[in-house]
Write a protein that binds this ligand. Structure first.
Ligand code: NCD
Ligand code: ZN
Length: 354
């Protein structure tokens, strides 16, 4: 008799933090997300960035066209939830346009210089963006925060903790009703803050920050494909993140931060930040939750908590994973180039059914 693999079926998940890029890269990567997720919050850090509702509308059309051209039944329903890139010069009335569009679901704060394509980001949030923040609070438009300071005096591994004290706390004191998502949380300090803070706050957590600590960056040599921002932290932080993701608080939900870069852009003297995890996203998360003995919590984290925070319905479809060992390829085609997925050459105990 053939052996039937153990399976796990959950309501279809969403990815609340995703980089799809544009053009040939978009075309190459979008299927990896659309096969698993019902919706995704699409990051606006293109070159040039998506700063207006009109640009977001055009980008959304390009994503929908790329999905349609896949001609895959399992991917066809994928909905991109668009975001705007906040700058020092975003006019407050852009928020009303964004809200009225129905397809813009957040505004992304990149502190200038904090990460990939953040040079057009904000230099002084409370000093420069007061009118926009006030409009966002009034319209119930979430602020999605890359929570790291860029002060060169601050140790790279402390950037998130210092951001909480210097930016997050004053921001939320000034705008207590503003909905805030602390994106790709990486520290115990962040978990504690998000768990306890008053008002509407939540956080996304990536699969790689649940599965790996910073040793992965240096295992046997320097490993550029494990480098992302915020950077992987020490084991105590990984454990705190895993406890939060698998715990009872609805404030923590799935955001892959899958960020494709061509192989050559990462393997060089100054390699880009960003890990490509979209292809194996749900298998990676299931591996992390199984490791914590909490597979029963995966559905809340992946499929229920995010829609509740964003005020959207949960998906009606389901997704099934199979407990079958699966090798992660050494590279994946990406337009004229290739991308090296996270944990390339390693094996995962889960895969998508079908
Ligand atoms: C992201 C990218 O490549 O766009 N990189 C990353 O390391 N996560 C940007 C970001 O989300 O910080
Ligand atoms: Zn990101």
């Amino acid at each position: 008799m053939p052996h039937t693999p153990r399976t796990l079926t959950i309501r279809q998940p969403d990815d609340w933090h995703l980089h799809l890029r544009d053009g040939a890269v978009l075309q190459a990567v979008v299927g990896d997300s659309a096969r698993q997720f019902g919706r995704a919050i699409i990051m606006p850090n293109l070159k040039p960035p998506v700063t207006t509702t009109a640009q977001a509308a055009e980008y959304r059309e390009r994503i929908l066209a790329a999905v349609a051209s896949l001609d895959e039944a399992g991917a066809a329903g994928f909905q991109p939830l668009m975001t705007l890139y906040l700058t020092d010069h975003t006019p407050p009335d852009e928020i009303q346009r964004a809200r009225e569009s129905g397809f813009v679901h957040g505004v992304k704060l990149y502190p200038a210089g904090a990460t990939t394509h953040s040079d057009a980001g904000v230099t002084d949030l409370l000093g420069r963006c007061g009118g926009v923040l006030e409009a966002m609070q009034r319209h119930g438009m979430p602020l999605l925060v890359h929570g790291e300071v860029t002060d060169p005096e601050v140790d790279l591994f402390d950037r998130e903790a210092v951001f909480i004290e210097r930016v997050m706390v004053p921001l939320r004191e000034a705008y207590p009703e503003l909905k805030v998502v602390f994106e790709h949380l990486t520290t115990r300090d962040g978990v504690q803050y998000v768990s306890e803070a008053p008002g509407p706050i939540a956080a996304t957590i990536t699969a790689h920050h649940l599965l790996y600590n910073r040793n992965a960056l240096f295992k046997g040599g320097l490993r550029p494909h494990w480098y992302c921002l915020p950077v992987l932290k020490r084991e105590t932080h990984r454990r705190a993140l895993l406890e939060a993701a698998t715990g009872d608080s609805p404030r923590f939900f799935l955001g892959t931060d899958s960020a494709p870069h061509p192989r050559g852009a990462k393997e060089q003297d100054c390699g880009c930040a960003g890990c490509y995890t979209a292809r194996h996203a749900m298998a990676l998360y299931a591996t992390a939750f199984e490791g914590a003995g909490r597979l029963d919590r995966l559905e809340a984290f992946a499929s229920l908590n995010g829609p509740a925070f964003y005020g959207l319905p949960v998906n009606t479809a389901t997704l099934t994973l199979e407990h079958v060992d699966t090798d992660i390829p050494h590279e994946l085609p990406m337009g004229d180039d290739v991308v090296v997925p996270l944990a390339a050459g390693e094996s995962l105990p889960w895969r998508l059914q079908g």
